[in-house]
Design a protein around this ligand. Structure first.
Ligand SMILES: *Cc1c(COP(=O)(O)O)cnc(C)c1O
Length: 323
């Protein structure tokens, strides 16, 4: 078996150089009301304001930028109905790399249109009868495309780590950091950045309470697979960690917490009320867990990644209205 290359902090720093002028350096938001409510100093890294509305643009752009010229010419393929799809589509558009995105027939029309709007080719599949990984692999083989996975890839992880690198550059060292967790790409990259730039910082990965496979994986010492969890946090409905993300999480041993759908909605309400920002349910995982842990965070400097803001306005309204 070949030993996979685990990315390092240097890879995160190199990714940051590549992203300069292409990704937004998103703001760090503060709120006196939020600080008062939690009795702590809260620094919110607003990746809901990133290009395509989520941090995933960072990993996708870094990965495509590192392809060899013949790989770029042939193009890339990704399977996703969410933020990764739009991230690969936009990165492909900017870098002149043809992108094919495999999406389910029942993907929201707005997401299909946005992906096509970036010039990507959308291939539809039936999520109940067909396997998207198989379709992706078949396309990759037939047309010589390079598969861009959503989290289990060294260049994707390094790209995602640039968000927390910017946060720590902007605000200095932190006592605690809260990061949303699905397949673990964002958390892995955040760990690489934070261990280097804020070594004393306690790092928390936050996954949906309905699918705590990462917590169980670290507790049991193996990658635990679960059924697709039923949660409004659709960006973290992953069934298992990746090989690389599992190894980084095991080595760095972050604390894994969970948040319920109810806590996510309360947090989305807090964010729109205090800061006037819209985050999608998955993007609220970090602040939801920090709120629950407020007692332990009293007086501390606390970083939170707001990972994305892609939620349909009607759905946002319905969630906040409690329907
Ligand atoms: C993909 C995604 C996550 C989870 O990221 P992983 O790298 O899979 O852990 C969290 N929040 C948002 C908004 C996402 O799109």
């Amino acid at each position: 078996m070949t030993v996979p290359h685990l990315p390092t902090y240097d890879d995160v720093a190199a990714a940051a150089d590549r992203l300069t002028g292409h990704a937004h350096r998103t703001p760090v938001l503060r709120s006196r009301l939020l600080d008062a409510a939690l009795d702590a100093r809260i620094f919110l890294k607003a990746e809901n304001l990133q290009r395509v509305g989520a941090f995933k643009f960072r990993g996708a752009f870094n990965t495509l930028a590192r392809l060899a010229s013949e790989q770029r010419r042939a193009g890339v393929v990704a399977y996703s109905s969410g933020n990764h799809a739009q991230a690969v589509a936009l990165a492909g558009h900017l870098l002149d790399v043809p992108a094919t995105i495999v999406m389910p027939h029942d993907a929201p029309a707005s997401k299909v249109a946005a992906t096509q709007g970036y010039g990507a080719t959308v291939v539809r599949y039936d999520r109940y009868t067909e396997d998207r990984e198989e379709i992706g692999r078949a396309l990759a083989e037939r047309d010589g495309l390079t598969l861009v996975p959503p989290y289990d890839h060294a260049d994707v992880i390094a790209g995602q780590g640039t968000a927390v690198r910017e946060l720590l550059e902007d605000v200095g060292e932190l006592d605690a950091l809260f990061v949303p967790l699905g397949g673990g790409g964002l958390l892995s990259g955040s760990l690489l950045a934070a261990r280097e730039l804020s070594p004393g910082c306690r790092i928390y990965g936050v996954e949906p309470a309905a699918g705590d496979d990462a917590r169980r994986s670290l507790a049991e010492g193996r990658i635990v697979h679960i059924d697709t969890p039923r949660t409004i946090a659709d960006g973290a409905q992953t069934q298992h960690l990746g090989e690389l993300t599992y190894q980084i999480l095991r080595r760095e041993a972050p604390t894994i917490l969970t948040a319920t759908d109810e806590e996510l909605v309360m947090t989305m309400r807090t964010l729109v009320t205090y800061l006037k920002v819209v985050v999608e349910p998955t993007g609220a995982l970090g602040l939801a867990a920090a709120t629950r842990l407020a007692e332990e965070l009293r007086g501390e400097r606390v970083g939170v990644v707001l990972s994305g803001g892609n939620v349909d306005p009607a759905r946002f309204g319905a969630l906040l209205a409690g329907t």
